[in-house]
Design a protein around this ligand. Structure first.
Ligand SMILES: Cc1ncc(COP(=O)(O)O)c(C=O)c1O
Length: 419
């Protein structure tokens, strides 16, 4: 036995533990799959914690790969600071919680992703925060709902699942004149088509599960904060500090992420950065295909209503022209004539290439049934009153050759009995 050499077990434990030295850097940053970082000497811990030298401590707090993701989405959204989360819902919940405290009030859109509605309706009251749901396209109703203790107005750029387009700058003006902030879920539009912060919003949130990653293999979310919500605006705004427990919303959201721990895994962050490099190409192709499919559906004798802001007949076409840049998005929804669950079922079950998938924004075309998936937790009467009936089919249009998508829709529509 060699006295100087540690045992094979010890050598195995320590083998390959330090990155090799190299003056060249990898073309693609690695996956920083490390839950923790090592220090050279004890006082270095203080130096890193106090920001005197750059460094990482623990990946629930910060990780280089997650920082790269935050930097990338922040740049796409033209923001000041971004915080990444393990899901879109975590990004929504922590962003909203960064703005409110007991006794505060929220004004939110009536038609939103179902999980968001449930959060506002069931979770916020447990923390003493009340929400008034309004039609955010009725600006009079929004103004009337504002109270002295309103801290935020919340909407989606393109709403799930009815594809209503929000008048972001008008909502920002209403929110700001009441000392509140505007929070926008930008998931359906993605920063390719809309950058809400450029229109006056204070926080823009993406479920990166959707277009930003774009390959249906990651769950994630990123909240991007504008200058007022991150404290980077010259001449600090009092509304930026409103609600919460002091400090700016961006810092509070990061503190919540660090404390509760809904931070993404380093591998998911890496995959998302890889996915978002092609987001512009994907979103533009999805938008082109969706516009063609929406026109096809609108002209089909078995189809009743089609929700797509790219259609000239859409109530939201003008707002889409104002806020969406170079396309109307890859999402649409429609009902067959009669709007029954049976007709929706017959259509969905007849699709061959297009899969039934309760998510969206991957590369392939998929359909979903909001009543049975995203809005399952919303009571049926409430859903129906907002236009989310049992006959509504949501389509996430992908990047396939358009003709193949239309062929599958055409044969599935042919299979539906005439109403
Ligand atoms: C518009 C919108 N926002 C947020 C979410 C929630 O995102 P995640 O599923 O990543 O938590 C979804 C999910 O479908 C969504 O459609």
């Amino acid at each position: 036995m060699n006295e100087k050499r540690p045992s094979v077990g010890t050598r195995a434990v320590h083998a390959g533990g330090k990155p090799p030295k190299s003056v060249t850097v990898p073309k693609v940053p690695p996956v920083y799959a490390s839950s923790v970082f090592s220090f050279d000497y004890l006082d270095q811990i203080d130096e890193v914690y106090e920001g005197r030298v750059p460094g990482y401590v623990y990946s629930r707090q910060r990780n280089p790969g997650i920082d790269l993701l935050e930097e990338a989405v922040c740049s796409l959204e033209c923001g000041s600071e971004a915080v990444a989360f393990a899901s879109g819902m975590a990004a929504i919940a922590c962003s909203v919680l960064s703005l409110v405290k007991a006794g505060d009030h929220v004004v939110a859109g009536r038609v939103l992703y179902g999980g968001t509605v449930t959060f506002f309706k069931d979770e916020l009251p447990k923390r003493g925060v009340e929400t008034t749901f309004v039609d955010t396209n009725d600006l009079g109703e929004v103004r009337l709902a504002i109270r002295p203790n309103t801290r935020l107005v919340y909407c989606e750029t393109i709403s799930n699942p009815l594809m209503e387009v929000a008048d972001i700058s008008a909502l920002a003006e209403i929110a700001h004149s009441a000392g509140a902030l505007l929070v926008v879920d930008n998931t359906f539009a993605s920063p390719v088509l809309c950058r809400p912060l450029e229109h006056g919003a204070d926080i823009s949130i993406n479920s990166t599960t959707k277009y930003l990653n774009g390959h249906s293999d990651v769950t994630g979310g990123v909240a991007v904060f504008g200058p007022c919500a991150s404290g980077t605006r010259e001449g600090e705004s009092s509304s930026g500090r409103s609600g919460g427990e002091g400090g700016y919303p961006a810092a509070r959201a990061r503190a919540l992420a660090s404390l509760y721990g809904p931070t993404p895994s380093p591998f998911d962050a890496w995959l998302t950065v890889r996915g978002l490099r092609t987001v512009e190409l994907r979103v533009r192709k999805c938008s082109e295909n969706a516009l063609r499919l929406a026109r096809f559906l609108a002209a089909h004798p078995k189809v009743g209503v089609v929700h797509y802001p790219g259609l000239e007949s859409s109530r939201y076409h003008e707002l889409a022209g104002k806020y969406l840049d170079g396309g109307y998005g890859g999402m649409l929804s429609f009902e067959l004539k009669g709007g029954s669950l049976e007709s929706a079922r017959a259509f969905i079950d007849s699709l061959r290439m297009v899969e039934l998938v309760p998510s969206l924004a991957g590369v392939s075309t998929t359909v979903s049934h909001p009543g049975k998936t995203s809005h399952r937790a919303v009571p049926r009467e409430e859903r129906e009153a907002c236009g989310v009936g049992d006959g509504l089919v949501r389509v996430s249009v992908g990047i396939e050759d358009y003709e193949d998508i239309e062929r599958d829709f055409r044969q599935a529509l042919d299979a539906v009995p005439a109403s």
